[in-house]
Design a protein around this ligand. Structure first.
Ligand SMILES: Nc1nc2c(ncn2[C@@H]2O[C@H](COP(=O)(O)OP(=O)(O)OP(=O)(O)O)[C@@H](O)[C@H]2O)c(=O)[nH]1
Length: 358
């Protein structure tokens, strides 16, 4: 999605270091990389509160102008009033972090200062019983509109990010990854030589982990797994939390053979890693199923095929990678028709590319 420089874009990809960046401005990319779920929640709450305070301020000014009642309070006439209002204090706070000292945030700061300047001009006229200049009033109203529009975009961006990411792993959630899949699918339909692979990963024996060590350790291992996955993929790949202990990878512009190798490298990285918690080392493995997005079936069909391959990996001992070529079962992989026989057919074409242990 192409956006003008001063617009706040919709997130299009991965959080953390590998966000898919097409169309997002630098400020927003930096935010996506640096903030996590809770920060976006806080950002949205702060913006809402600050905007509310500013609405109240606007209301006081408009009422005073209509009723021709002087406003002598500092918050209306001080030269640095823009620094001391609720919104100004919030901006000062976030500007301490250089992450925010750029692009869209600077524009908002500029509008905010201009809004206070324009208000001061009007209030000066009001307090000195002069005629209120209509051009100055119109400018004030225009600035107000632009300021509110811009801040609302920031608010929506924050809320959107809160909705798009899973709080435990900080990865995209299932709902938002579906739109990434839809984009890839339509890209593939447009170009004959374009390939995209998907992989399903499921943590092995995760119930035992929870039962033995508790849910907190389970959650830690989930976020550890997410970090390993997220750090291991390319900038324009995506990994999402697809279900409880299930992750879905999307590898744009990649053929099956390569995807199988990439995924198996990730599998090994996870298997060889551990986290320390209360002086215990904990680790998990996962089983992986890899396939291509298929031109001849719907998206669900391809994801289902990856899922079946992943279950084949479970059955062949866990901690391994199974690939299945969509070409082998072309024409029969529509999601609606994935009955038992088709599932069996897909399983017959599954290829285990790695031993269970290293
Ligand atoms: N800690 C934690 N556990 C979760 C979360 N989501 C799902 N789980 C647990 O994941 C476990 C999945 O268990 P099963 O579906 O039986 O699978 P498994 O034990 O991983 O066994 P295999 O998949 O066959 O290797 C369940 O115990 C769920 O409670 C979560 O957000 N946090």
């Amino acid at each position: 999605m192409k956006k003008a420089d001063d617009q706040l874009p919709v997130n299009t990809g991965r959080q953390h270091a590998n966000t898919s960046r097409s169309g997002t401005d630098n400020v927003m990319n930096n935010l996506l990389e640096s903030l996590h779920h809770d920060d976006f929640e806080q950002l949205a709450a702060d913006i809402k509160q600050s905007l509310e305070a500013h609405r109240h301020w606007m209301q006081r000014i408009t009422t005073a102008l209509v009723a021709r009642q002087p406003l002598e309070e500092n918050q209306f006439i001080a030269v640095d009033a823009h620094l001391h209002c609720h919104f100004g204090r919030w901006l000062t706070k976030i500007f301490q972090d250089e992450l925010f000292q750029q692009g869209s945030f600077l524009r908002i700061e500029q509008y905010h200062r201009q809004l206070h300047d324009a208000a001061r001009t009007l209030i000066y006229q009001l307090n000195h019983h002069a005629e209120v200049d209509i051009a100055a009033f119109e400018k004030f109203m225009q600035l107000q509109k632009e300021f509110f529009d811009m801040v609302m975009m920031l608010f929506e961006f924050s809320v959107l990010n809160k909705q798009q990411f899973d709080p435990t792993t900080r990865l995209m959630n299932r709902r938002s990854v579906d739109s990434v899949l839809a984009n890839e699918y339509s890209r593939m339909q447009r170009a004959d030589d374009y390939y995209c692979c998907v992989a399903m990963a499921d943590i092995d024996q995760f119930k035992q982990v929870n039962d033995l060590w508790g849910h907190d350790v389970g959650d830690l291992l989930l976020s550890h797994t997410a970090k390993i996955f997220n750090d291991a993929i390319r900038r324009h790949d995506t990994v999402s939390r697809y279900g409880g202990e299930e992750f879905l990878f999307i590898f744009p512009d990649m053929r099956l053979e390569q995807a199988g190798l990439v995924v198996d490298r990730i599998r090994k990285q996870l298997a060889n890693s551990s986290i320390s918690h209360h002086s215990h080392l904990h680790s998990v493995t996962a089983s992986f199923g890899v396939t291509q997005l298929c031109r001849h079936c719907d998206i669900k069909g391809s994801v289902k095929r990856a899922d079946i391959a992943m279950y084949a990996a479970k059955e062949s001992g866990r901690n391994c990678t199974v690939t299945v070529d969509s070409q082998a079962v072309v024409g029969q992989t529509s999601y609606e028709h994935l009955n038992k026989e088709i599932t069996e057919l897909i399983r017959q074409h599954c290829k285990r590319v790695a031993p269970g242990t290293d």
